[in-house]
Design a protein around this ligand. Structure first.
Ligand code: HXC
Length: 258
């Protein structure tokens, strides 16, 4: 497919989506979000892909929803469209892992987009923020919800109520990102993690992602029960036999379900 606002490529078993609207710091307009949704669905359906990476440019992951586009909308418009649209949520429905590789600005919807991914790897240049209050709105794509679950109440309140940006090191301390790397190494380091995941047994990875996500959707006792049953389920896989056999024979496993 030919896209106008993103670039799509694969690196081995990793599908890469690069936000590419340089004239607006990758501001997330409807066309861009629609293209991201399309590309994600294509990678989901592609059996050769085991993990996805969502990234932006050196300067910006994304500077948020497109303010020029939002400015035109009335209450009736956003209510009718249920803005943000379902396209934004495609990220949260992916069964394959998605890693956000963030350099530069991840603001507003950009920060929220990164938070919809399964983990964030940040360049030391990354800046995260929820500046919506400065526009007279509040976050609308999980900034008051996913961010709070990620960094806790105090930091989420700080970010959402002041609109101040936080740098990569602060984001690391807060648990918003998994890892901070030098900007020049961002793609290499992210691809290393992505290749590692893509090289594992697909059903095991999908099950593990599902189990971690349950922690956000249910009580601890239900989550632990879900985990235990899912864990039991892995014992039905040939890949489970292979993984343990390979360990005992001191060799690399050869996963069947790749
Ligand atoms: C539309 C944007 C934009 C945005 C930047 N641009 N962010 N256009 N929507 N979110 C455009 C500018 O208008 C400008 O276009 C060009 O990109 C360069 O931006 P500058 O401001 O001139 O650059 P700089 O001084 O370097 O500042 C960079 C910046 C700043 C810190 C990222 O642009 C900024 O604060 N942007 C807005 C961030 C924000 O408020 N995001 C939250 C949006 S609300 P021209 O044509 O002048 O060159 C949101 C709600 C989500 O995300 C809710 C769910 C949908």
């Amino acid at each position: 497919a030919a896209y106008e606002n993103i670039q799509v490529e694969t690196d081995g078993a990793v599908g890469i989506i690069r936000l590419d609207r340089p004239k607006a710091y990758n501001a997330l307009n409807a066309a861009l979000v629609d293209e991201v949704g399309h590309a994600l669905r294509a990678f989901e359906a592609d059996d050769t892909v085991g993990c996805m990476v969502l990234t932006g440019s050196e300067k910006a992951f994304a500077a948020g929803a497109d303010i020029k586009e939002m400015q035109e909308k009335s209450y009736a418009d956003v209510q009718r469209e249920d803005f943000i649209t379902d396209d934004w949520e495609v990220l949260t429905h992916c069964r394959k892992p998605v890693i956000a590789a963030v350099a530069g600005f991840a603001l507003g919807g950009g920060c929220e987009f990164a938070l919809m991914c399964d983990m964030i790897i940040a360049a030391d240049t990354a800046q995260f923020g929820q500046p919506e209050v400065q526009l007279g709105i509040i976050p609308g794509a999980g900034g008051t919800q996913r961010l709070t679950r990620s960094v806790g109440k105090s930091m989420a309140m700080y970010m959402c109520l002041t609109g101040d940006k936080i740098d990569a090191q602060t984001a690391l301390q807060a648990g918003l990102v998994a890892k901070v790397v030098p900007a020049d190494d961002l793609m290499e380091e992210t691809l290393k993690a992505a290749q590692k995941i893509a090289g594992l047994s697909r059903p095991v990875v999908a099950t593990c992602k599902e189990a971690v996500n349950r922690a956000y959707e249910t009580t601890l006792s239900e989550g632990v029960l879900f985990e235990r049953r899912a864990f039991h389920g892995t014992f039905a896989l040939e890949d489970r036999s292979e993984g343990m056999q390979a360990f005992i024979e001191k060799r690399k496993p050869e996963w069947k379900h790749r």
